[in-house]
Design a protein around this ligand. Structure first.
Ligand code: ADP
Length: 548
């Protein structure tokens, strides 16, 4: 027997309608690429969204068509989020930090018909225009006065919106209709498309707003540092409309000073970003004598995308903000685990609370996790054994766009994340490695992430990477590469001495190198494939630390 509840579909258009109606005066603050800061609110934003939806239809964009964006976090990019998906088309947010060949690949693979871009990317677009086989219209996210001269046939976004009516009748779509398309950064091979649906997006948004999720609510002013081109900005635009949070959009300026000033001026209570962004934030604080941090109102800061270093968690505590360490991937919408404390952690000493926070967070309802051994047999979730991490749930991908990669799921529908992790009885996850980065020393696994975390705790270390290098006796041994903080010159011995008090003796790296910078992917992750290439010929000293 079926239930008798109304079968109203979960649609992205309902989010913006709700925000416009019941959180109408809540502000959206946007730093534009042209320079000025635009202040609007959910009501006025929804009118512009309606105009954009009408403009898209006038241009001939049909349900199922793909529309690309190459853009920073601004109000116009948020408008695209709602208008494109609202009419049943699919927004493909392309990461402008990718190599031009990858942008070319993605735009063609997705078969985008229209490309919306920020004027800062006009050079990139102009250079690739002859290669984009399917793009019929180019729209610069600006007004007629700032149109880039180098892109052929370009239209100004504001001109496109101006003549259109500011109301729209949203179509009632099947909630499983595709809404957005993000390509994984693909450190190896071509990027692969993850195709989200209205349903998956709304379920993910509900989770973001729960108390054991990000606790997003109408009380929040959100500094959205994570880019709108990075896995849906971790779901925040949708969730912010759901709960009526204020959005503060930093535009192209993601340096420490700009973020600090915005957070202070807009009384931001909540923010999200990858660890490198926060390193810049604290560098700004450290290098500005007499800086007044008392205007900051940050209560919660989500750190994800890469492991949140202990130092960042502690520094935010010093500012009165709690770091919510989260884990996920493009394939999981992206949020799958969220690092809140349980009641029994509340009275622990600060150091022990931080021990909980450095874990990658706790599984949220809606996501199931398992770890398996090399024969795919399930491993116990007791916090001690590490295994390949698999995930399942209504906001987890069932396969890549256009069938790339074939069927990725195992026989029970689990998706292999490529991460290696431990899970404890409370559902906290500790990520020990990417499976391809695991260091196997004498048949035992050494976690490169643990070693990196231990190294960045040293006061002179800005960033650290650990890779495995071949070893005649142990097959592979850890090799530590360090970027020292400006003005410091730590020695190999000092670093190894520091680590020896923090990790097992047989985990101690066999050698240390110092470099001025480390290679990163377009989403700020360490690019270990590059490092392995760079240090391919490095010979580890013999008779070094061994298993004992
Ligand atoms: P993107 O590069 O666009 O973020 P991916 O989906 O490729 O997209 O990145 C997902 C991967 O990032 C995860 O599989 C994991 O290896 C890594 N990652 C994400 N969050 C964390 C975290 N909190 N700690 C360590 N690694 C993380």
């Amino acid at each position: 027997m079926l239930g008798l509840m109304q079968d109203r579909p979960l649609l992205i258009s309902t989010l913006i309608d709700h925000a416009a109606r019941y959180h109408s005066d809540v502000e959206i603050v946007s730093r534009t690429c042209e320079g000025p800061t635009v202040r609007t609110n959910w009501r006025d934003l929804s009118k512009r969204i309606a105009k954009l939806a009408n403009a898209l239809k006038s241009m001939g964009v049909k349900p199922g068509d793909r529309v690309a964006s190459l853009a920073w976090n601004t109000h116009r990019h948020v408008e695209l989020y709602f208008a494109v998906s609202g009419i049943g088309a699919i927004l493909n947010t392309v990461n402008p930090r990718l190599f031009p060949e990858q942008v070319d690949y993605i735009v063609n693979h997705a078969e985008n018909r229209v490309l919306f871009f920020d004027i800062t990317f006009s050079g990139l677009v102009a250079g690739l225009q002859s290669k984009f086989r399917t793009v019929e219209r180019y729209v610069a996210l600006t007004d007629a006065g700032h149109l880039p001269p180098d892109v052929d046939g370009v239209l100004a976004y504001e001109d496109l919106l101006a003549p259109e009516p500011d109301t729209v009748e949203w179509p009632v779509l099947d909630e499983r209709t595709a809404s957005a398309l993000c390509y994984t950064s693909g450190t190896t091979g071509n990027p692969k498309g993850v195709l989200y649906s209205h349903r998956s997006t709304l379920l993910h948004s509900f989770m973001v707003c729960t108390a054991d999720g990000f606790r997003l609510s109408s009380a929040d002013s959100v500094l959205l540092v994570v880019p709108l081109f990075h896995v849906n900005a971790w779901g925040i635009p949708y969730a912010a409309a759901m709960c009526g949070a204020k959005l503060v959009l930093p535009g192209p300026k993601l340096d420490g000073k700009s973020l600090f000033d915005l957070a202070a001026e807009e009384r931001c209570t909540f923010s999200l970003g990858v660890p490198t962004v926060w390193l810049g934030f604290f560098q700004h604080i450290d290098s500005t004598p007499g800086i007044d941090t008392s205007a900051l109102r940050l209560e919660r800061v989500v750190v994800g995308g890469s492991a949140a270093p202990r130092a960042i968690i502690e520094r935010f505590r010093g500012l009165g903000a709690f770091v919510i360490h989260a884990w996920g991937m493009s394939e999981t919408s992206p949020v799958a685990t969220v690092g809140n404390l349980l009641p029994r952690h509340r009275d622990l000493p600060e150091k022990e609370q931080v021990d909980v926070q450095v874990r990658q967070g706790r599984v949220v309802y809606g996501v199931e996790l398992k770890i398996v051994d090399e024969n795919r047999n399930p491993l116990p979730q007791d916090g001690t054994v590490a295994g390949d991490l698999y995930v399942r749930g209504p906001w987890v991908t069932s396969g890549y766009f256009k069938g790339v990669g074939g069927n990725m799921l195992d026989e029970d529908g689990w998706f292999p994340t490529g991460d290696v992790a431990k899970i404890d009885a409370d559902g906290y996850v500790v990520l020990t490695d990417r499976s391809k980065d695991v260091i196997k020393s004498g048949g035992e696994w050494i976690s490169s992430i643990d070693l990196e975390n231990a190294a960045v705790a040293h006061s002179d270390v800005q960033e650290a990477a650990v890779i495995g290098l071949p070893h005649s006796k142990w097959q592979e041994r850890p090799f530590l590469i360090i970027v020292p903080k400006p003005g410091t010159a730590p020695s190999r011995e000092e670093i190894l001495g520091f680590l020896s008090e923090r990790v097992a003796k047989w985990w101690l790296p066999d050698d240390v190198a110092f470099v001025s910078e480390l290679p990163h992917t377009a989403t700020g992750k360490l690019q270990k494939t590059k490092l392995r290439e760079q240090f391919r010929d490095h010979i580890l000293p013999v008779n070094q630390t061994s298993h004992s």
